[in-house]
Design a protein around this ligand. Structure first.
Ligand SMILES: *Cc1c(COP(=O)(O)O)cnc(C)c1O
Length: 471
């Protein structure tokens, strides 16, 4: 080791700013109201430590303006920490119900309803007519019964909570009959057998993975049976030599033997979406009409509303659920009711396909997306001029429904493929993620692919400026 270098490195280390100096710097004082004193001190300590390591590693060889260097590290730390919190992103992946990106985006009406309710007190459990206590969720529940034909409904935190609640209330200590073809795991760790066990019920498997007959269910019924459960396999499909009884068939047996028939439908499809390739997704009203006593579904999948789990069914069944102490633990807050009511009102006014973002995206045709993408590209080209490192191409592609619904449905789309001279697809994707707002894209064949199907028209301008500002 050369003594000269050793001494100078020690000198540099001695010139490191103290935590206090960094906190009193321009960056420190400007971040204080945003981060708060405790968090900012921790960040300042980390910033100075990073700098110390860089000096020890020989990356910094001068003692000039180490305070500025520490300030840069401090704002970097603050910015990365900030980006790990919940923030809006542009979803250009073409996956409509993207669970990692918050599933269904809210409709304009839902956003307005949330802003209104969040701006003060509200009538969550208050009846304006009588001035007395009202029932939480009564308006949303009434709309659900109207739209599904169910006698009553109750709303909880998500569909997993709904299933857990239903099983806890009606099957604890009893046997639940389920087809082996439906003992599935539905993304995000929702496993039917586990939920059953947690709720205190005993699983009674019938049939085989690919075929279960009505008689299999009937043979399994005994004095301990509390219900027959049917689970929509959601993101999983068995194709080929398969058969499952219809809800109507099961309902006939359930009635004959006086057990409940419960269908966990998962994705809450309220209107017929078979035109968009979703013939496989059961419509809630059909299940009710065909005799299911209880149906559960998510609010933020194909229904297109806020995270919630909806339980619809026979009146006395729903009332028992409402009286159970677990309901109190699983209920939703005022904002979820506000967003759900606004979303359901689009269905009531027959405007769901126009107003609810997931349905608007699902029903957008390839031609519509092609026109939009061509216009987008034209604007992009005119803004970028001739000399740019960005290369674009328009090509055919496939979108996806996502969110555990219709795994086989991949709507045809038009995508914008982009490359940036000198950057790999992964590097470009990282740049898009770190832009404001972050843009989430797909990578296909080493190229970035943007699918405007899942980009709101109102976000086009932002996406455009993100692309223009890549460097
Ligand atoms: C998605 C799904 C669930 C879980 O719903 P969450 O709202 O995510 O809790 C439960 N059952 C089925 C059939 C599903 O598709």
């Amino acid at each position: 080791m050369k003594p000269v270098e050793a001494i100078s490195r020690e000198d540099i280390l001695r010139s490191l700013p103290s935590i206090d100096e960094l906190l009193r710097s321009e960056t420190g004082t400007s971040l204080l109201p945003l981060a708060g004193p405790t968090h900012l001190t921790a960040l300042a300590r980390t910033a100075v430590n990073h700098l110390r390591n860089e000096i020890r590693d020989g990356d910094i060889i001068s003692s000039g303006d180490l305070l500025s260097a520490a300030e840069v590290r401090l704002s970097e730390l603050w910015n990365t920490g900030k980006s790990s919190s919940v923030q809006r992103v542009i979803n250009a992946t073409g996956v409509i119900i993207h669970t990692n990106l918050g599933r269904a985006p809210y409709s304009a009406a839902a956003r307005r309803a949330i802003a209104e309710v969040a701006s003060g007190y509200c009538t969550l459990e208050y009846d304006l007519e009588t001035g007395n206590r009202g029932r939480r969720g009564s308006h949303a529940e009434a709309m659900i019964t109207e739209l599904t034909g169910a006698e009553a409904a109750v709303i909880v935190n998500n569909c997993a909570a709904a299933a857990f609640l239903v099983l806890s209330v009606f099957a604890s200590g009893g046997e639940v009959i389920v087809s082996r073809g439906e003992l599935v795991e539905i993304g995000g760790d929702f496993r039917v057998p586990d939920v059953l066990v947690q709720s205190g019920a005993t699983l009674r498997e019938v049939g085989t993975t690919n075929r279960t007959k009505t008689a299999d269910y009937e043979k399994a019924i005994n004095e301990n049976s509390s219900m027959m459960l049917r689970v929509h396999p959601s993101n999983y499909r068995i194709v080929g030599f398969t058969s499952m009884p219809t809800v109507a068939d099961l309902s006939a047996i359930a009635k004959k033997h006086d057990v409940l028939l419960y269908e966990d439908i998962g994705s809450g499809v309220l209107i017929d979406l078979s035109k968009y390739g979703l013939a496989d997704e059961p419509v809630v009203a059909d299940s009710i009409r065909n005799g299911a006593d209880i149906v559960t579904f998510s609010g933020d999948k194909l229904l297109g509303g806020p995270q919630s789990g909806i339980i619809a069914g026979r009146r006395e069944v729903i009332e028992r659920i409402r009286r159970h102490p677990l309901y109190r633990a699983l209920r939703v807050d005022k904002l979820a009711y506000a967003a759900l009511e606004a979303t359901l009102s689009s269905y009531r006014r027959k405007m769901a396909l126009q107003e609810i973002p997931v349905l608007r995206m699902l029903s957008a045709t390839k031609d519509e997306i092609a026109t939009r993408t061509a216009e987008f590209l034209e604007r992009l080209r005119s803004r970028l001029g001739d000399i740019s490192n960005l290369k674009f191409e328009i090509s055919d592609g496939r979108s996806a429904v996502g969110g555990g619904a219709a795994p086989m449905v991949q709507p045809e789309t038009i995508v914008l493929t982009i490359e940036y001279v000198g950057l790999s697809a992964n590097e470009l994707a990282a740049k898009l993620r770190s832009s404001t707002p972050p843009v989430i894209a797909r990578i296909e064949d080493e190229k970035i692919v943007l699918d405007l199907r899942t980009v709101d028209v109102g976000e086009d301008e932002e996406l455009l400026s993100v692309l223009i500002n890549i460097e």
